[in-house]
Write a protein that binds this ligand. Structure first.
Ligand SMILES: [Ca+2]
Ligand SMILES: [Ca+2]
Length: 207
């Protein structure tokens, strides 16, 4: 009997374990689609201060340190330089996000984007896993696009950008707006607050 329960628990564990995260293009750069909430456009000093790490710059236009994201909004973008790495927290309502959306420009084989999950663990994508052929073209709509990194059930706490050569260009990082389960938890939270307020009011009345 005990073995049957154990086997059942193991099967349940296997069924509920998270799938690997995936990346896919979602449209043209600069345009936030439905369900996307912008968290960093790198356009202001305040936004730029949210980025941690080293070996990166913020710029607009194109030069040897980075190429403007083709088809994008033409604003300041984050460019990760040779052996640089940059980290952007994607915490939304304090609990991570299911999907991170961002513009990427001129994807190169030597670019790496890593998702860091709430509760530990991470998953990295090379430029070739993001778009192919990742040859750094600054005029290809396939290599200059808006992409979604979907945790497939794992909540993403932060996203890291690394490059072994110039450059990895990104902009307009967004998170997925709260999903139904999150709204359910928030509504339950409001209910608890409301109940405690009602209790407090009753206490005042009877005192
Ligand atoms: Ca920008
Ligand atoms: Ca590039």
């Amino acid at each position: 009997m005990r073995n049957i329960i154990l086997a059942g628990a193991l099967a349940l564990g296997a069924a509920t374990s998270a799938n690997a995260a995936v990346v896919y293009p979602v449209g043209t750069p600069g345009a936030l689609g439905l369900g996307q909430q912008l968290i960093n456009d790198f356009n202001t000093a305040g936004a730029q201060a949210q980025v941690t790490g080293g070996g990166f710059i913020f710029q607009s236009g194109s030069n040897s340190n980075g190429g403007a994201i083709f088809g994008g909004d033409g604003t300041t973008y984050l460019s990760v330089l040779t052996n640089g790495s940059a980290n952007v927290s994607t915490l939304s309502l304090g609990q991570g996000t299911g999907i991170v959306y961002l513009d990427i420009g001129s994807v190169d084989t030597y670019n790496t984007i890593t998702l860091n999950f709430v509760g530990g663990g991470s998953q990295s994508f090379t430029g070739s896993q993001i778009a192919n052929p990742a040859n750094g073209s600054q005029s290809s709509p396939i290599l200059n696009a808006r992409f979604a990194f979907n945790g497939q059930g794992q909540l993403i706490q932060s996203i890291s950008f690394a490059s072994s050569q110039n450059s990895l260009e990104v902009d307009n990082i967004a998170v997925s707006v709260p999903e139904p389960a999150t709204w359910g938890m928030m509504i339950a939270g409001f209910g608890i607050v409301g109940a405690s307020l009602r209790r407090r009011r009753q206490t005042v009345v009877t005192a």
